[in-house]
Design a protein around this ligand. Sequence first.
Ligand code: ATP
Ligand code: MG
Length: 559
Amino acid sequence: MSEEKKSLNFLEQIIEEDLANGLPKNKLRFRFPPEPNGYLHIGHAASICLNFGLGLKYNAPVNLRFDDTNPAKEEQEYVDAIKQDIKWLGFKWDKELYSSDYFQQLYDWAVQLIKEGKAYVDNQTSEQIAQQKGTPTEAGTNSPNRNRTVEENLTLFLKMKNGEFEEGSHVLRAKIDMAHTNMHMRDPIMYRILKKHHHRTGDDWCIYPMYDWTHGESDYIEQISHSICTLEFRSHRDLYDWYIDQVYDPLKLRPKQREFARRNLSYTVMSKRKLLQLVEEGVVSGWDDPRMPTISGLRRRGYTPASIRTFSDTAGISKRDNVTDVALLEYCIKDDLNKTAPRVMAVLNPVKVVITNYPDNEEEWLIADNNPEDENAGTRKVPFSKELYIEKEDFREEANKKFFRLKLGKEVRLKNAYIIKAESCIKNENGDVVEIHCTYDKDSKSGSGTEASKRKVKGTLHWVSIKHAIKAEVRVYDRLFTDEAPDGHKDVDFKTFLNPNSLNVIEAFVEPSLKTAKNLDRFQFQRLGYFCVDKDTTENRLVFNRTVPLRDSWAKKSN
Ligand code: ATP
Ligand code: MG
């Protein structure tokens, strides 16, 4: 029992306590409340995995609630993308709901508050309202409109609703306490006028409820037992409770807001506003650019839902602000793809090899394991012939003893094929090697069982047969930012730290089995890394994204 207690996170502990104190288990209910003003990112994934994870753990429903109270920024495109991303991550919501479904109920409750003398219409400017707010150590001052009569307030609020006032001219405020130690309690704004078309309610409303008024009441309407949000809302909790108190029926469940630390990731920015800026300014190709920390970007990059869930679980949840190392995310995808991705051969930076003692027109189809980590993955055939490509960096004319790749006079094994020995090379006028002449040991074929096939040589290289290889575009990505905390520098714009080399487009050669690869298929290009087929692929042109290299070249660079 104590073992089990220890492994609970602090939110689970709160839930367990509530259950122990009499909350019936069938009253547990959670929600994930995105604002449809952008695409979901890896930070949202933390909240999704947390809320839906609690739903699974306690067999409780989880609502998907779109927090759509700001028509200026919200769009149907975002609603659709958010739903797609949550489904892709592998979670199922109970009800699909919208804060805008509650606009009438929220309005009726606001009228009730006015009637009870707990809300008033203020027609001061926003500057005047801000000036009267006070400071954390100094009480605010009452608005001259604070003591309007109920009738006056009802008339004014109705006029606000009917569109008789200009945007910004009037607001409805809760009448709480201008001297409250919590600044959020100093007569917060409940409604503002926005003469904007709403993606769901059209032009029905021109007053829109503020976040705090909406969120708590929506949780109450849906009877959410635990409303989990990020730390910046900790100071809103008094207001959340106050708003619920005004409409609370003791026979009903009282939602509880609890907070955890936002997921921050090194070498990226996570705010939707900044990500939107990158999209709008064309820094990236869209919300699903594979360099983006969005779920759609990670999907296109080749991340699996399982790797993102594992990442969220491993990084865990915390009570204090912190930054998670992006290397953990990269580790999670490597670990997953190592078990699941078929192995293939591709040469990204080719140099030609001619096997001088191999018959001119011969070709062989050699057997290759699809995945040594998965005994059910089977085998495939790869063609071998006299002329091959290997990676340029796998050959040197001369090199020291630590260089286990190909050098003049030495042997290496070609993966799944023969042992070859470099005899000579041809260079162009710049001194670059353009062709390497080798001989092969014809008895050394992998898997043939001969003595020569068991001969150990130090290096094994990947290769493709020139005659059979398919050309492919490979997009090699690096981090989008060169700084660990691009938005953590005072007075320096985060875009200052954009990595000018975050995308490198290469023309590569891949083995012919990839001809039938489809969008999002994932592979290990042996010795290089994990790659997946991009949606830009057409019948005549294969395009791959590098998901992650096998070795962590970044760590090496920064050492
Ligand atoms: P952003 O600042 O990126 O625009 P947001 O908080 O405004 O994010 P919402 O759509 O309001 O975005 O968030 C939906 C839910 O996801 C909220 O409960 C929010 O607390 C949570 N969330 C958003 N960003 C993160 C994050 N980085 N880590 C954990 N949870 C997050
Ligand atoms: Mg928000």
